[in-house]
Write a protein that binds this ligand. Structure first.
Ligand code: GTP
Ligand code: MG
Length: 137
C-alpha cells in the first residue's frame, strides 16, 4: 500500500458536500490516515501551490484556496496517487469523466471541489504541510 494527500476545497466544504465526498473516497477503497478541517491564509495557500507561482491563475488560486474552510486528508491504498487522480477526474470539470468527484461536485476550473497529489514525492511533502507525524496513523 501507499499514500496520497487530498483536500476538499472551499466550494465543496461550503456547499456541505464533504460527507458525500468522504463517502465516495471510502467506498473506492481508500483508508483515511489523517483528517481535519483547516483555514489557509493567502500566504499559506501560496506556499502550498508554490509550483504554480509563475502561472497566470496563481493569484486567483491563492485567493480562492483561502476563501473558506478546507478538509485536508492523508489516504492509504494500493497505487494511491494514480487511483485517487482517477477517482477525482480532470482538473476542468467539463472534461471530467462520469462518476468522478469533480464531475459530480466541481463548479469550475478553480472551484473544482478537491485536490489530489500528483506524485508519491509530492504526497509526502503535502502531507507534512498539514499533519505532524503523530497525527498520521
Ligand atoms: P490539484 O489537485 O488542485 O493540484 O489540481 P490538478 O493537479 O488537477 O491541477 P494543477 O495542479 O495543474 O493546478 C492546480 C489548481 O490550479 C487546479 O486544481 C485548479 O483549481 C487551478 N488551475 C489549474 N489550471 C488552471 C487554469 O488554467 N485556470 C484557472 N483558473 N485555474 C487553474
Ligand atoms: Mg496538481
Amino acid at each position: 500500500t501507499n499514500r496520497t494527500f487530498t483536500m476538499i476545497k472551499p466550494d465543496a466544504v461550503a456547499d456541505g458536500n464533504s460527507g458525500a465526498i468522504i463517502k465516495m473516497i471510502e467506498e473506492a477503497g481508500f483508508r483515511i490516515v489523517a483528517m481535519k478541517k483547516a483555514l489557509l491564509t493567502q500566504t499559506r495557500a501560496g506556499e502550498f501551490y508554490a509550483v504554480h507561482a509563475e502561472r497566470p491563475f496563481y493569484a486567483d488560486l491563492c485567493e480562492y484556496m483561502s476563501s473558506g474552510a478546507i478538509v485536508p486528508m492523508i489516504l492509504e491504498k494500493e497505487n494511491a496517487v494514480a487511483d485517487f487522480r482517477k477517482l477525482i477526474g480532470a482538473t476542468d470539470p467539463t472534461k471530467a469523466d462520469e462518476g468522478t468527484i469533480r464531475k459530480l461536485f466541481a463548479k469550475s476550473m478553480s472551484a473544482n471541489a478537491i485536490h489530489g497529489s500528483d506524485s508519491d514525492e509530492n504526497a509526502a511533502i503535502e502531507s507534512s504541510f498539514f499533519f505532524a507525524g503523530l497525527e498520521q496513523f
